[in-house]
Design a binder for this molecule. Structure first.
Ligand code: SAH
Ligand code: SF4
Ligand code: F3S
Length: 460
């Protein structure tokens, strides 16, 4: 159920003068892949309604910023950008500025009323209403719609692929999250967990294959709890992966993110059974200390996590494992921190995303714990985690030297016109001399060298 709130009020309002480029929309996106995927849905909805997408902010009549709340610095960046966009109104008085995504509900009052930065605010479940909202804003009124839904999945909307390399694309398979990890703002910004119709996901994959795409990443905050009821049958995430892999053996399938508490053996066996289900699992651990995992409400222990890693390695030999880690969570002792370092060493992660804890409003941690680790200690611990991961990534890449991998070519390497880059099933980037096979094709590459970020090789 949705409703739209119009703010007329007593605030000073510009009367928007229509300008020639008033139907040109520029979209800037922050945050996770789901947000990028949402921007493609937004672009599609607006295109259907007569708007044109532009990559040039200066030629836009409407600027939409799709925002992220995950850490404080993510919000700060957006706020600075909004001030810049507001300054563009000097040259284009009719310019409309809208805020989408995870900051919408949290910051609408401050950004719209106090700082006068916005004409429109739409939350993650309100994008179907954007054409109406924009129309109303065009007549000089502000529009806000941040109501979260229990069933919106945008399943019927074919995304307009933005910034696409024509080879890989994202498909959102679910929305929201109900895990309530104590540090995390997502359950409050994106609402209830809901899965998207499996048939629509398979259809979208097929459509992408026919357009030349060769890799899709299925997205959700916790894909293992995907569940779709059709007739009297429940389609689980493992079932869905099987169906999507069946679209074409040349279509590679990736997914993110798996929660360690829910990654099942059944899923691992499904991955092992299909060549085109990529042998790469992103399994965020957050901390190696049971004390921290308890306070974080992650619902698994270090030992549970290690058992999952052993099982992954048993069922899917050669599978890469990456993770997310938070440094300096509430009450974290030096011993807790050392537990994280020792777990990283034991698992030998191939890659990791590493963050300093940032307290977020409306989370369990903000309400019940104290953000009590001094900034300089958080910085030092994060530094140690990053340094260790650098070594682990290098070791992980060096052990590939001499092996030959099937690489999906993605495009020209940034370093040299004469080189291509692509990735192997394990999600490792390889750079190699250009061949006749171009983007979207598979080549066999023998690895001859490695840095912590890249494999270097030759086509064989
Ligand atoms: N749903 C995914 C990831 C969501 S956010 C999962 O559960 O794994 C991506 C990552 O951001 C998280 O894994 C976590 O490491 C980090 N993160 C989330 N909230 C944070 C916070 N308040 N401070 C610092 N890092 C945070
Ligand atoms: Fe946040 Fe936890 Fe949900 Fe991931 S699983 S989005 S970290 S609450
Ligand atoms: Fe950020 Fe929202 Fe994604 S808070 S990480 S954009 S779900």
């Amino acid at each position: 159920m949705h409703f739209i709130l119009w703010l007329n009020g007593h605030q000073t309002r510009r009367q928007n003068t229509p300008v020639e480029n008033s139907k040109n929309i520029y979209i800037e996106t922050y945050g996770c892949q789901m947000n990028f995927s949402d921007s493609e849905i937004v672009a599609s909805i607006l295109k259907e309604n007569g708007y044109t997408y532009t990559e040039d902010v200066l030629s836009a009549g409407i600027i939409l910023v799709n925002t992220c709340s995950i850490r404080e610095n993510a919000e700060e960046r957006v706020r600075k950008r909004l001030h810049y966009f507001k300054s563009l109104r000097k040259r284009n008085p009719g310019l409309l500025i809208g805020l989408l995504g995870c900051m919408a509900d949290r910051t609408k009052t401050a950004l719209m009323e106090e700082e006068q930065l916005l004409d429109l605010v739409a939350g993650p479940d309100s994008y179907r209403h954007l054409p109406q909202l924009l129309e109303q804003v065009g007549t000089g009124r502000r529009a806000i719609d941040t109501i979260l839904s229990v069933d919106e999945t945008y399943a019927d909307i074919t995304p307009v692929r933005l910034d696409s390399n024509g080879v890989s694309a994202f498909i959102s398979i679910m929305r929201g999250c109900e895990n309530y990890c104590s540090y995390c703002v997502v359950p409050s910004t994106r609402g209830r967990e809901r899965s998207r119709d499996a048939a629509s996901i398979v259809r979208e994959t097929r459509d992408l294959f026919e357009k030349g795409y060769r890799e899709v990443t299925l997205l959700g905050q916790n894909v293992n709890s995907y569940s779709w009821k059709t007739g009297d049958r429940i389609i689980t995430f493992a079932d869905l992966l099987g169906q999507v892999a069946g679209v074409n053996p040349l279509m590679r399938i990736r997914f993110a993110t798996s929660h360690p508490k829910d990654i099942s053996d059944d899923l691992l066996r499904t991955i092992a059974a299909s060549h085109n289900l990529c042998k790469a699992i992103h399994l965020p651990v957050q901390s190696g200390s049971n004390h921290m995992l308890g306070l974080m409400n992650r619902k698994y222990t270090r030992e549970d996590y290690q058992e999952r890693i052993e099982t992954i390695r048993k069922i899917i030999p050669g599978c890469s494992v990456s993770t997310d880690i938070i440094a300096g969570f509430c009450d974290e002792t030096e011993e807790d921190h050392l537990d994280t370092l020792s777990l990283m060493n034991q698992v030998g992660y191939d890659a990791a995303f590493m963050f300093k804890y940032s307290e977020r409003p409306q989370t369990l941690a903000a309400d019940t714990l104290t953000d009590n680790i001094p900034e300089e200690i958080k910085d030092r611990r994060l530094r140690e985690i990053i340094d260790l991961q650098q070594q682990l990534s290098l070791a992980s890449n060096q052990k590939e030297v001499g092996k030959t991998f099937e690489i999906l070519v993605e495009g020209k390497s940034k370093r040299s016109e004469n080189q291509y880059f692509g990735r192997n099933s394990q999600n490792k980037v390889a750079v190699f001399t250009k061949t006749q096979s171009g983007p979207g094709e598979y080549v066999m590459v023998k690895i001859t060298g490695a840095t912590s970020a890249t494999l270097l090789g030759e086509v064989v």
